[in-house]
Design a binder for this molecule. Sequence first.
Ligand SMILES: CC(=O)SCCNC(=O)CCNC(=O)[C@H](O)C(C)(C)COP(=O)(O)OP(=O)(O)OC[C@H]1O[C@@H](n2cnc3c(N)ncnc32)[C@H](O)[C@@H]1OP(=O)(O)O
Ligand SMILES: CC(C)C(=O)C(=O)O
Ligand SMILES: [Mg+2]
Length: 697
Amino acid sequence: MPMLLDPSRKYKRYIPLNLPDRTWPSKTLERPPIWLSTDLRDGNQALANPMTIEQKWRFFKLLVKCGFKEIEIAYPAASDTDFGFVRQIVESDEVPDDVWLQVLTPARADLIKRTIDAVAGSKKAILHMYNATSPCFRDVVFRNSKEKTLELAITHTKLVRQLTDECTAKYGTEFRYEYSPETFSQTEPEFAIEICNAVKEAWGRAGPGPDRIIFNLPATVEIATPNHYADQIEHFSRNIKDREHIIISLHPHNDRGTAIAAAELAQMAGADRVEGCVFGNGERTGNVDLANLAFNLYTQGISPNLDFSDLQSVIDIVTSCNDLPIHPRHPYAGDLVFTAFSGSHQDAIKKGFEAQIQRHKANAEKGEPQWWDIPYLPIDPADIGCTYEAVIRVNSQSGKGGIAYIIKQHLGLDLPRKLQVSFYQVIQDIADREAREMTHSIGEGSNVRAASYVELTSPADKTKSDVAVAGSWGVGVDSDISASGLRAVLSAVCNAIGDRPLPELQLNIGFGVKSTEADIADAILHTLKLEIPRKLSTSFFEVVQRAARDANYPLALDELSNLFARTYRYEIPGRFELVDFNLSSLEDKRKTIQANITVDGKPRTIHGEGNGPISAFINALQSQFVGEVTLSVKEFAEHAIGEGSDTVAASYIELLRVSENERSTAWGVGVDSDTTRVNYKAVLSAANSLDLKVREA
Ligand SMILES: CC(=O)SCCNC(=O)CCNC(=O)[C@H](O)C(C)(C)COP(=O)(O)OP(=O)(O)OC[C@H]1O[C@@H](n2cnc3c(N)ncnc32)[C@H](O)[C@@H]1OP(=O)(O)O
Ligand SMILES: CC(C)C(=O)C(=O)O
Ligand SMILES: [Mg+2]
């Protein structure tokens, strides 16, 4: 990468701590930390438009609901809004007895006083005071020596002690004290320890248990690798006096993008508590993301003591309060984090789910835990309120495994491998041609709607109809995928008509391949008030048919299922339909069959004989075609769908047709409760796709 300048002459390296006997690298996280949310303070101060009181309330209630027991609710001296919000909370009955309200103040007498006035009367409050301690801040911001910095902290800690004692005496508020040597990670380690020891002495009340003082050690700006922060925390933890009288709190910012790692390693190094924001809002690149940390613990089998199980509601509230979006690839919370587009990932996930079902069954029988172990999915989406819908989405990078997964999810069909390959080609063609993901979804949750885009490709016969529609594009949106397709077609027609205003579409019905010409003519009359001439309605009918059949708009999951059904004539009536049959065994175990079928709607009885039920049926069927046609089964697979009395069978047959100069194959799919009938349905479904000329009856 070309460098504009030599960074070694501009940026100083951090000075590593000499801690060769560090112990944290061989530790693991065993329990959740004490959590403090500073969304309403550090998060809020970083917003272009700080939250309104109403937004702060909404956020506060969310934090309580998620299980936070310590919440930094404001910097009360900052503004009347912040002060007023604290007063509202204190005077409300919305604070559970076990929740501590934390408030931040600088080491300035007037602001300390105002801060304590804000929380006076609350049940439980943590008074949090900070002053920066690093050389840069001492020299540049405060123009203070080390001694003056110590004195600032000591004097104001004593003031906090005096004023909080008075407040307790007057209003009964129970106080704890938190001190932050701001810019801790850039402060000389020995000086940070010295100032904290001095603050503890000035506070005078620290002891074990509930009297513990909180030393919050911020990486105010993240300037080093996360192992360095962990070293600093281990060094502090080892050398601070009366360690058992102290809660060591972390406050990592994310300037280098490693706040999560810093927080995790520093907990391994001995920290007890973490301050941060849900989804990592905060100054510059943010505070450490508490939801991310909580989920990381959860996926290690450690309950984080925070409940983000209804993650979508949490996202909705946090984004509406911060007025900041969540990146689609944000850990755990992003829209795309459970979605696999690529074929090899989809294949592995599909196999993972199949194997897991079997494994869990066996585990359940043995009374063993049902471990989650799915390739590419570190957490079960269901645990955070997501469905598996989004896990696999299809585009041109997708493979047969992912497509088969979707068919299984939607139709319950376990496609045999060769059929997966065959259907994959169909999907690839469309995805490549459309050059976009085949999805329909717009909106979220119950508001999801389908978007359809249609280009009318069939020119109406200008000499015979009033309106030319070819080449016109239309867009349709509806909660029903079929209706959205028709809306798009109607909108395209309106665009083609041009000189008439585009009327509001109020179509409430789904149209697709099964719609009749009369239905569509009625719909046009109903929505557009156009009584289209008969010839146009015939032409338009074909356009609607083609639009539905070609899926000339993004395909959704259910569209994909529809496409499957269309391609393999699954449950779609074809030329050949089975009515009933009579199968019997001959002496040599061969089978003989008499079957009643319909050919193009007309009844016909066929007879045949073969080694088994399928070959007997095929033998009967092939006699119905003109010329020397031989049909045989090239591929065959079957399985059950459902359990107990609801079980039905699915059959997949690839039929090979050989005639004088021609060989062709087609897949057919059948589903039926009868295990013989299902195969005949599959044979006829395949025969429907072969171009066969039928003998006169
Ligand atoms: C890393 C962090 O997130 S720290 C928290 C930061 N959050 C905020 O600042 C949000 C709220 N802040 C505010 O609304 C305002 O800054 C106020 C109301 C607190 C103070 O406003 P002002 O009195 O106008 O002062 P200003 O913001 O310019 O503060 C700078 C002064 O405070 C001093 N100061 C800064 N931090 C501290 C501190 N922790 N303790 C004592 N003095 C401090 C500075 O040295 C400077 O003093 P000077 O005026 O003698 O040079
Ligand atoms: C006030 C302190 C704790 C702070 O926000 C920081 O140092 O980042
Ligand atoms: Mg901060």
